[in-house]
Design a protein around this ligand. Structure first.
Ligand code: HEC
Ligand code: HEC
Length: 454
């Protein structure tokens, strides 16, 4: 599969971050942490030399017990985390960090649902914010396997006959955060999400949190003195947590099959064969993997590239009640114009969203950036019959004409990809995938669910 191989290797910097930088915190840091806590006790005993010596002796004697008390308490699933990752986890789960209190990152990115979800929103596609009357405008993506996303940029796609530049990477559906650390402050300050007025306000809350000492141990006792710098460090810790192996367990049936530990059913295998067939489904072109490799880390099921798929408008999203409102995705990414290569027209990126990983896709619906499809089968069938039977997917306009690509303004409808497999078809032609093949693809996608996810 050289086509896909070339894609995965293409471009400077497209090196999967792979081997998780899940470094253990050096022993030095741990020691400081342990030594620090007993100090107040030492001081309270008195200041005379003899007393001090006695106290020091006492301290030595009880030091191990105290040190244990001072060490951050770890749940069973936290034993393998570094102190920095643990701090990130505490922040990730802290429900006092929303305004008003009550929601955390985990409210929308629930660990048991592959780190996605909607905070019990009445509208499945978009999450409820901390203010009861506010919902978002896009589907919450899974946070799993995001460690493999390169920083946002334009990369050489050596896929076709002629290498060309294409946008890839970054965080959010439109890549507007360069990386995980930059991303994390977004939801904390977004009025539709955690709704804090400023970084200062967030840092002030963390400084009062029960885990504030952990932050001081890691970054120094004065860490909260400069709120801007502190925010950066706190968000780095959140990113470190998101880079921990828990977010990339590679524990699906498919991974076990790659490792030779289990068999796929005949239908799952058929689905796999269709998935990697670039003349039939072409799924692997964007939801990338290396068919010649048995290494699960070569199978992230995304190359983090951006494409305009023309997904139908989701009328359930309140913002869409206004017919003038369109979510244009990548072309509205702040700062994009400044780095846009000359050969790429900005308008061609309107309606483009990032290809998500398909790992855990069976449990992460509804699907696409606007959650337009509740069913995984529909999400797959859409690829097959969008061009051959558009009336099935799009409503009719006032004149009775099928309003194809109805979630894009007229000017941008031409940006939708109609040339590549599988949507290089015309109405009335046979779709590239029939019903059985769609079923097989879905059966295969269901093998991508990690253990314990629902
Ligand atoms: C109210 C629900 C909600 C909360 C709370 C929330 N998120 Fe998100 N998260 C979303 C949505 C929705 C998106 C997609 C937004 C977009 O692309 O514009 C997202 C996107 C992300 C992404 C990008 C993933 C990708 O595929 O590009 C990361 C990383 C992330 N969130 C981490 C966090 C962290 C860390 C916190 C807490 C500090 C948090 N989120 C809090 C709903 C939420
Ligand atoms: C040209 C690149 C490309 C190809 C080929 C492609 N996809 Fe996608 N896929 C994307 C992009 C981009 C998105 C997100 C689009 C959006 O939300 O607007 C996506 C989204 C999805 C989703 C929704 C996932 C989620 O979490 O919301 C599914 C399911 C999916 N693709 C399956 C497939 C299957 C199956 C195939 C092969 C039949 C395929 N894709 C072929 C680029 C591609």
């Amino acid at each position: 599969m050289t086509r896909n191989n070339a894609r995965a290797k293409a471009g400077p910097g497209f090196i999967p971050l792979g081997r998780f930088p899940a470094k253990r915190i050096p022993a030095r840091v741990k020691k400081t942490h342990k030594n620090k806590k007993p100090e107040p006790l030492f001081r309270s005993i008195g200041s005379g030399k003899a007393l001090a010596a006695g106290a020091a002796f006492l301290l030595l004697a009880i030091a191990p017990a105290l040190a244990d008390a001072a060490a951050p308490l770890r749940a069973a699933d936290e034993q393998a985390l570094s102190d920095q990752q643990l701090l990130g986890k505490r922040i990730f789960e802290d429900v006092t960090l929303s305004e008003p209190q009550g929601m955390s990152c985990a409210s929308c990115h629930a660990p048991e649902h592959a780190f996605q979800g909607n905070n019990k929103s009445p509208i499945a596609a978009v999450a409820l914010g901390s203010t009861p009357d506010k919902v978002g405008t896009r589907k919450t993506p899974t946070l799993m396997y995001k460690a493999y996303s390169p920083a946002f940029g334009f990369y050489i796609d050596a896929d076709g006959a002629k290498p060309k530049l294409e946008p890839r990477g970054g965080q959010f559906w439109d890549g507007r955060a360069a990386d995980l650390a930059e991303q994390a402050s977004g939801p904390l300050l977004n009025p539709l999400e955690m709704n804090n007025p400023s970084a200062e306000a967030v840092v002030a809350k963390i400084a009062r949190a029960p885990y504030a000492d952990l932050a001081k141990t890691l970054y120094g006792p004065e860490v909260f003195a400069d709120p801007k710098a502190a925010m950066g460090k706190m968000m780095k810790s959140v990113a470190a947590f998101e880079l921990s192996p828990r977010f990339a367990p590679f524990s699906s049936k498919f991974d076990d099959w790659l490792r030779g530990k289990t068999e796929l059913t005949a239908e799952e295998k058929r689905g796999y064969a269709i998935f990697i067939d670039t003349k039939k489904s072409n799924c692997v072109d964007c939801h990338a993997g290396k068919p010649e490799s048995k290494d699960p880390t070569d199978w992230i099921f995304s190359d983090f590239s951006y494409h305009v798929l023309g997904v139908p408008r989701n009328a359930a999203i309140p913002a869409n009640a206004n017919p003038e409102v369109f979510d244009l995705g990548l072309c509205k990414r702040p700062g994009l114009e400044a780095i846009l290569p000359k050969k790429i027209k900005l308008a061609s990126l309107c309606g483009a969203f990032k290809a998500p990983t398909l790992r855990n896709v069976a449990v992460t619906g509804p699907y696409f950036h606007n959650g337009a499809f509740p069913s995984l089968r529909d999400a797959v069938a859409f690829y097959a019959t969008r061009e051959t039977d558009p009336g099935h997917w799009y409503p009719r306009d006032a004149k009775g004409k099928i309003d194809k690509f109805n979630d894009l303004p007229k000017a941008y409808k031409a940006s939708v990809n109609v040339e590549d497999v599988p949507y290089d078809r015309k109405p009335g032609q046979r779709p590239r995938l029939n019903d059985q093949e769609i079923d097989a693809l879905v059966a295969f996608l269901k093998t991508l669910t990690d253990r314990g996810m629902n």
